[in-house]
Structures are given as structure tokens and as C-alpha cells.
Ligand binder design. Sequence first.
Ligand code: FAD
Ligand code: EPU
Length: 337
Amino acid sequence: MNPSTNVDLSPFNTLALPGRAARYQKITAPEQLSSAELVGEKRFILGGGSNLVLTGDFDGLLLHMAIPGKRLLKEDAEAWFIEAGAGENWHDFVQWTLSQGWPGLENLSLIPGTVGAAPIQNIGAYGLEVGECLQSVTAWDFDKNTFVSFGRDDCRFAYRDSLFKQQGWHLNGRIAITSVVFRLPKAWQPNIRYADLAQELAAHQIATPSARDIAAAIIAVRQRKLPDPVVTPNAGSFFHNPVVEATQAATLATDYPALPRYPQPDGRVKLAAGWLIEQAGWKGKALGPVGMYEKQALVLVNHGGATGADVKRTMAAVQAAVREKFGVDLTPEPIFL
Ligand code: FAD
Ligand code: EPU
């Protein structure tokens, strides 16, 4: 173990924000995490940097998770169990499972980042959340100085949330996820409830899609709507879709009948943050170098040369505009470092 010093982090975050790490270590094997040199220092665990706002320099040790590997762990009559290293690219991993004939993750195609980060915010898209397909998570616990394992129920998955986002877990660098096991049922059913996905398949006259048809449709929809971080730096949706009480949703719908509303199992109602931001006048609008994307108002983009402070300024302006017009608070989705 020989961490590098004063490392530029701008290539390692998809918002392309500037910042340097006092110490930086790439992790390519789980055993490296038990090295005595990594103990006791302020830490941050980095994957692909696609859900990250770098607010400046980091004065601790940054561990860049690059553990490779993917394999069929076992199969039984009902399911395939697939294990992948935390550093595997998420999209490549999903496409690999499909090419092996193991469907189930296709709705999560083209989400940037790594396998190890997927459980952190329980990544979700087009009617599926990763927690639904996850069997277990293995991680190094720096407090206990040992590897720990979490079953699906331990992970307490919810919308863009998990145990790992709670105080005391990964945010202070306590745990580094090293591998994840997925359970993909053999009794596969296409999941095409999401309107955009159904429309894309219908446009191609695909009535009974295969998992690969669904992946292709999702890739096409995402490429149309979302900016490619390589061309226009961004971190995907910048805010959660807010979940409000049914009474508040009903009052808002009286004033704004077009407001998209998604009833939740607990009786509350999820609203579309992109719609609220667009109606508040922020679609395609910028403050300095940071604005909201012209084709999807929920995506904050760096038009060039932005810093973390510029991101925070635009974020606050958008939150204030939505609060003023609708009385709804927007919570940012990315992690701030
Ligand atoms: P990072 O940004 O590196 O890290 C995110 C958080 O996870 C940090 O707190 C970090 O400390 C922690 N972390 C990362 N790896 C580990 C590990 N091995 N162990 C412990 N902690 C770790 N998200 C969705 O849910 N749905 C989408 O549809 C979606 N679309 C997107 C589209 C675009 C264009 C972009 C840029 C982002 C999108 N995202 C989406 C957000 C992002 O892709 C996910 O949050 C992804 O899981 C982040 O992975 P990462 O490896 O880049 O994590
Ligand atoms: N909308 C607008 N204007 C906009 C953007 C959206 O009116 O500028 C409306 C749409 O017309 C639609 C609704 O808002 O009625 C929802 O939009 P969309 O289907 O594009 O999805 P989203 O709610 O904006 C969420 C996730 C995405 C995920 C997609 C597909 C969150 C915070 N975002 O976006 O996840 O890919 O659904 O499932 O839940 C991410 O987390 O980074 C991310 C990209």
C-alpha cells in the first residue's frame, strides 16, 4: 500500500468539478482494505463518481473502488445467483448478465457507476429498483476491522435509500462494499409498466419483448433524454422526486391539474421534481456555469468550468423557486464531499 498524494479528482467525477485528494489509493482486491495503513484516517469511498458533488479539496484518504470480477455463484431450480466485484462497471455488468441468458436487470441498463455503489442509494429506473434483485452485500467494516455481510432485508432498501445512507455507515467511510450477489429468478416476466418504455417498444412494434429488447428500448429512451456526462457533465437526477402527504398532493392538483402524481403504498404521493422545476421556470436556465438541462429539468449540468460552489448556488436557487411556487422542498440526490 502506497497511497498517492495530492491527486486531481476532476477526472473521477461526472460533474467534472475540481478538487484534489490529500491521499489516494486504488483498491483492486478486498484484502487491501485490511491494510494497517488505511486505519484511523478520515476516508471517502469512491466508485465511478456519478452521484457526487465535489465541493473542494478532500484532506483525507480517498479509496477508489476498482475490485473486478463477475461469475455465476450458483443456481437452483428457481434462480441464478450472480456475484460481481464492487469495481465492475454497472452497465457492462448488466449487459453481460443478459448475454449469458440471465434476465432481470435489463430495466437498469445504462445507469452510470459501479456495482458497489448500486446498493448505496438503491438505484432505480423504469419500474425497477436494484434492491428487488439483490441477494447480499459484502463489505469491509473499518470500525469492526472485518468483512461483514448484509442480506437483502438488512439493507433496508427504500426509494433512493438504504441502510448504507444512514448516519454512521458509509458516509464517514466506515464501510467499503467489496462485492454484491444478485438473485435473478428463472421465471422471468417483462417489466414494461413505465409509460416511456411501453411507448418505445410500441413504436418498434414489439408486443412480446425479450430482456434484450427491453434493454435496447431503455438505452434508446435514456440516450434521448439524458445528457452524456462525457459531453455535458452531470450527475443524473439532481433531486429526489418528493413524496408528500396525500392532502398536499390533492391541494396542489387543484391548482395544477397537470401535475404528475404517483400514489405510494403508504398512502403518500410522489411528485415529479422535473415537472416542478420546469414549471418554476428552470428548464434550460442557468446561473453562471451551472444550469438545469434543457431536455430534462431534473438534471443539473456543468456548462464548463464550474466549481462545487457554483453547483450549490444553482441548487439553492432551484430549491427556492420550487418552494416559493409549490411549497415543496427538494432534497438533493448526490452525495456532497
Ligand atoms: P459514486 O458517485 O462514486 O458514489 C456514490 C456514493 O456511493 C458515495 O457516497 C460513495 O461514497 C458511495 N460508494 C460508492 N462505491 C462504494 C463502495 N464500493 N462501498 C461503499 N460506498 C460506496 N441513479 C439511479 O438510481 N437511477 C438512474 O436512472 C440514474 N441515472 C443516471 C444518469 C446519469 C447520466 C448519471 C450521471 C447518473 C445517474 N444516476 C442514476 C446516479 C448514479 O449513476 C448512481 O447513483 C450510481 O449508483 C453511482 O455509482 P458510482 O459508482 O458512480 O458512485
Ligand atoms: N417532467 C417534466 N419536465 C421535465 C422532466 C420531467 O415535466 O423537464 C415530467 C415528465 O413529463 C414525466 C415526469 O416528470 O411526467 C417524470 O419524468 P421522467 O420519466 O423523465 O423521470 P424522472 O422522475 O424525472 C426518474 C428517476 C431517474 C430515472 C427515471 C426513469 C428520480 C430522482 N429520478 O426521473 O433516475 O432514470 O425516473 O425511471 O427518481 C437518477 O436517479 O439519477 C435518475 C436519472
